[in-house]
Write a protein that binds this ligand. Structure first.
Ligand code: ASP
Length: 291
């Protein structure tokens, strides 16, 4: 494997049952990392690889995002996602999006085809329809909630999200996050995932995607906090990422995050019972883990 500056990091959500078999998720994450690696090494842009990788996570039904998302207490599937491009800090997101297969593609469309950063609810759905994004005809047939297998397990299983970070050959960073939110959420509840600076962030220093109890990740501004610790505090990623997560813990939250610096450093800390995660590190080695 030729040495390369490209990096790719994904997560499939915090919280995992210790005795469950994760072989499908592990194989799936490895496949996505290999596909993304090949594209990045062929010169693909970080932003494109982030969107395609997250779309793959959403479509699998293996994680609490996209097809695997859980419904709110009204039985409606309201999905959140966001995307950010490091060098330009262009960003887009959707919140409480109903009726569309890929929230991350909707987030990209908001970024690229509106002057806004975040569209929510009916306006987001109307926009996604105008963009010609894939609609869900029959939600009952489409969604295969990943939480069904784990919902009885207590708080550690009542969440799940997907995220992806990439560093391309040009040195550009991008970050994205997509989620069905937390299990048992109220209609209209929006977590950290579509909030730029909370559940996702990318600038020219670092890219971040979070998973966990979104309320605490918003209150700790985790994505922006890591970037600002590095930029204004001079902290290395290895110090900044766990420090921000400690603030989530201090607020009574749990979860985890993935972070990737422009230098190619990777951090994947978590304070939950496991976090599905995978990365392409220096010299091309791939790491995939749940615990
Ligand atoms: N952070 C997500 C939210 O609060 C949930 C998760 O990551 O499990 O919506």
């Amino acid at each position: 494997m030729p040495s390369s500056r490209v990096r790719l990091v994904i997560h499939g959500g915090a919280g995992a049952l210790p005795n469950r078999d994760f072989s499908r998720e592990i194989a799936h994450m490895r496949g996505l990392i290999e596909a993304g690696r090949d594209r990045l090494q062929a010169g693909a842009a970080a932003l494109d690889v982030v969107v395609e990788t997250i779309a793959g996570l959403e479509a699998s039904g293996l994680y609490v995002a996209g097809r695997g998302a859980s419904a709110n207490t009204d039985g409606i599937y309201e999905l959140d996602a966001s995307l950010m491009h490091g060098p330009t800090r262009r960003a887009g997101g959707v919140a409480s999006l109903v009726g569309f297969a890929s929230p991350i593609r909707a987030a990209r469309a908001v970024m690229e085809h509106t002057p806004h950063v975040l569209l929510a609810g009916r306006g987001a759905a109307a926009f996604a329809a105008r963009q010609g994004l894939e609609a869900i005809e029959d939600p009952k047939a489409w969604f295969t909630p990943a939480w069904r297998e784990t919902a009885i397990a207590g708080t550690a299983a009542q969440m799940g999200t997907v995220g992806c970070l990439a560093l391309d050959e040009r040195g550009e960073l991008a970050a994205g996050t997509s989620t069905g939110g937390i299990f048992g959420k109220l209609p209209g509840r929006v977590g950290d995932s579509p909030i730029i600076g909370a559940g996702a962030w990318a600038d020219d220093t670092v890219a971040v995607s979070c998973t966990g109890q979104g309320e605490m990740f918003i209150r700790a501004a985790v994505g922006a906090q890591i970037a600002f610790r590095m930029r204004f505090g001079g902290q290395p990623l290895a110090a900044a990422a766990p420090a921000a997560l400690e603030e989530v813990r201090a607020l009574g939250g749990e979860g985890g995050l993935i972070a990737l610096s422009a230098d190619g450093d990777i951090a994947m800390p978590y304070i939950s019972k496991g976090m599905k995660r995978a990365c392409l590190g220096p010299d091309g080695e791939i790491t995939v883990a749940v615990f």
